[in-house]
Structure formats: structure tokens, C-alpha cells
Ligand binder design. Structure first.
Ligand SMILES: [Zn+2]
Length: 264
């Protein structure tokens, strides 16, 4: 039995990155793992374009919280195992306060294993994602916590761990995403990105057609060379990091307030 925490910046990140692994650990594995979900924001600005502005903010936060509860109930994970940090969607910065808050949470929870968005070789260059991964990495690497959980990153360009699933596994993803009704574009994402991506990852795993991919991070000096990415991953990461972040699309009034505060 292990305690496993899945971190996500926004409700729905885990569904499209770790859906099969969470389902296995929570339901199929007979090891009685304790699974917790740590959501840094409620994704309250997670709708495209200004035509949806009237829904953004508190209303969307409420709806997306419910959507997350519904999706996690498919894995049998109850709302009391889901923690929200209350950060503003699109504004997760790599600050001392944020890192300390994550460290406090980890000290309280003492997980054996952590899953988080890739901090270094990311395939999704969103500020909230990268900074969530960075904060967790920093807590472990700089020994802000006095134990050493195993860390895996998802949405990584440099995977070293694959979790296989069969074609029927797409039914689970469809069910999970059906809970996130506000994130309607995910239907196309599954078709055009998720399916080819998991098919490609499946080639790395004997006996499986599809797979989710993860990077286990090695902190011990003896294993540090296992963290080294390929040249292509290095080049891609360099190229990504020169691009502007993906950002939340704030309504005009919120945008002006944030500008005044010097937040954006
Ligand atoms: Zn996200």
C-alpha cells in the first residue's frame, strides 16, 4: 500500500495525462493505495475567447469543481481526497510562497509517490503546468521536506516509464472527459492528439498498443545520469522555452485589474 498524490494545475489535466494509471491504482490494483488529487487552481478562466467571459471566474470555478468530482468518482476517489490550493488560473508563479505552501502540504501528507506536470522537458509550455512541476521538484531536490518521495512527471518529452492500455481503454477516457462538459474541445483533442500520442508511446511497450508516458526523476547522485535527455529533447525544450507561455484568457475587466497589479 502506498500513498500517491497526483498534482494538477487545472481540473481535467489528470484525465488527459494519467487517466489509465489513476484508474489502475485506485480500482484495479489490489494494493489498497491511498490516492489523493491536489489541484492548484479550479481552472476558473479555462474557456476560450471573449464570448464565454460571463461564465469565467466564480461560476466556472464552481462548475469545474463539480466536473472534477464527477470524473474522479469514476476512479472511486471521493471529494475528501481532492484538495484545492486556491491559486488563480493562469497565474501560478514559481515563488517562495508557492514552493513553501507545496512543501507544507507534502510534509502534512507524506506521500510515497508524486505525479506532477513536467517541469523541465515539458510537452506543454503552460506557465501553470511548468511552475507546478518546478515547485514540487524544488521541494524534493532542495530537501525542503525530510523524506524522499518518488517523483514522476507527466506531459513529458523525455519519458522513461510507460503505462500500457488497450483500445477499449479509450472508453474510460471518453467517460472521464464527458464529465468535463465545459472543456468541450477535448473531444477533438482526443481524436487528433491523444490517440496518436498514446499510440506512439505504445510502441515503446511490448505487448501494448497504447500507453501513457511518464518521466521518473532521479535525485540520487548515482542515478543522476538517468535524467539526461536525448539531444532532440534538449533542442525541443530549448525551442519551447523561447516561446511565450500558454496563458488563460481573462475577461477584459479581470485583465485590466491584473495589469494594474503588475501581474501580467
Ligand atoms: Zn492544465
Amino acid at each position: 500500500m502506498a500513498k500517491i498524490i497526483f498534482f494538477q494545475p487545472h481540473p481535467d489535466d489528470l484525465e488527459i495525462n494519467c487517466g489509465h494509471l489513476i484508474h489502475y491504482l485506485a480500482i484495479k490494483s489490489k494494493n489498497n493505495h491511498i490516492i489523493k488529487i491536489a489541484s492548484i487552481t479550479k481552472g476558473e478562466y479555462g474557456l476560450p475567447s471573449a464570448q464565454y467571459d460571463k461564465f469565467k471566474g466564480d461560476l466556472l470555478a464552481k462548475v469545474r469543481t463539480r466536473e472534477l468530482y464527477n470524473a474522479q468518482s469514476i476512479h472511486g476517489i471521493p471529494p475528501e481526497n481532492i484538495h484545492f490550493f486556491g491559486y488563480v488560473d493562469g497565474l501560478i508563479e514559481f515563488t517562495r510562497d508557492f514552493v513553501e505552501e507545496i512543501a507544507e502540504y507534502l510534509k502534512k501528507e507524506k506521500p510515497d509517490v508524486i505525479f506532477a506536470p513536467e517541469a523541465i522537458y515539458t510537452s506543454y509550455y503552460h506557465m501553470d503546468h511548468v511552475n507546478t512541476g518546478r515547485a514540487i521538484y524544488y521541494c524534493i531536490h532542495n530537501k525542503l521536506i525530510n523524506f524522499a518521495p518518488t517523483l514522476y512527471f507527466y506531459s513529458t518529452l523525455s519519458p522513461n516509464f510507460f503505462f500500457g492500455f488497450k483500445k477499449e481503454g479509450f472508453n474510460l477516457i471518453d467517460q472521464l472527459l464527458a464529465c468535463h462538459k465545459t472543456q468541450f474541445w477535448l473531444i477533438n483533442y482526443v481524436k487528433w492528439t491523444y490517440k496518436p500520442k498514446t499510440r506512439l508511446a505504445g510502441r515503446k511497450l511490448r505487448g501494448w498498443k497504447y500507453a501513457e508516458k511518464y518521466r521518473r526523476v532521479y535525485f540520487h547522485k548515482n542515478n543522476e545520469n538517468k535524467n539526461k535527455p536525448s539531444l532532440i529533447v534538449k533542442m525541443l525544450s530549448h525551442w519551447y522555452s523561447s516561446m511565450p507561455w500558454f496563458k488563460a484568457k481573462y475577461p477584459q475587466d479581470v485583465l485590466e485589474q491584473l495589469k494594474k497589479k503588475g501581474k501580467i
